[in-house]
Design a protein around this ligand. Structure first.
Ligand SMILES: O=c1ccn([C@H]2C[C@H](O)[C@@H](COP(=O)(O)OP(=O)(O)OP(=O)(O)O)O2)c(=O)[nH]1
Length: 172
């Protein structure tokens, strides 16, 4: 197995910033949640997916959507990508989905202005009216590191600075 990555927590300031855009939380709550953040882990020696844990309790009614600041950044060697998927059991039971279907975390995102803070946007797409209640520390999403190739005439040289959609802003 290739060891090509590691997870870190983002700084407290970045987590606080992420929480501000995601939820109405007091400073005290944010401090507590930050202290209790857990780095992603694989559940078994043979698992491909690193489980990401919720920073705080969430309730998602059918069709509700939430942005979640994970408090996590991922360093990985060039030539690797971290792909994010819902945790299968939550997909099976609640049709919990990632709004972008699969999250793509680029290797250079680690060096972005927001410290490479990984966000997840999830929806309860339940077709049978089930509300999803999850607790702080529950695994809700999984990340898999994958190698990728590039085209032989590829000359991409732009440097990533921001988060979602930032590269198209730079080039337009
Ligand atoms: O679920 C996600 C998906 C992406 N990202 C971060 C990491 C990724 O490196 C960056 C940009 O994502 P992506 O390349 O998929 O989005 P884009 O809309 O194509 O934006 P960009 O122009 O920045 O490439 O946003 C997340 O935190 N969570």
């Amino acid at each position: 197995m290739k060891r090509i990555a590691h997870f870190n927590l983002v700084s407290y300031e970045q987590f606080q910033e992420g929480c501000k855009t995601a939820a109405a939380l007091s400073e005290e709550q944010i401090q507590t949640y930050y202290q209790q953040l857990k780095k992603p882990k694989r559940a078994t020696a043979g698992s491909a997916g690193y489980d990401f844990y919720l920073p705080y309790d969430i309730t998602l009614k059918p069709q509700d959507t939430l942005l979640i600041p994970t408090g996590i950044r991922a360093y990985m060697e060039n030539g690797w990508v971290l792909q994010l998927y819902p945790r299968s059991s939550l997909g099976f039971r609640y049709r919990m989905q990632l709004n972008n279907t699969v999250g793509v975390i680029d290797a250079d995102y680690f060096f972005a202005d927001n410290e490479g803070h990984i966000f997840a946007k999830i929806t309860n797409a339940s077709l049978d009216g089930k509300t999803l209640h999850l607790k702080q520390g529950d695994a809700f999403m999984q990340g898999v590191f994958l190698p990728f190739g590039i085209c032989d005439d590829d000359d991409a040289s732009a440097v990533r600075t921001g988060g979602f959609g930032s590269t198209s802003k730079q080039s337009s």
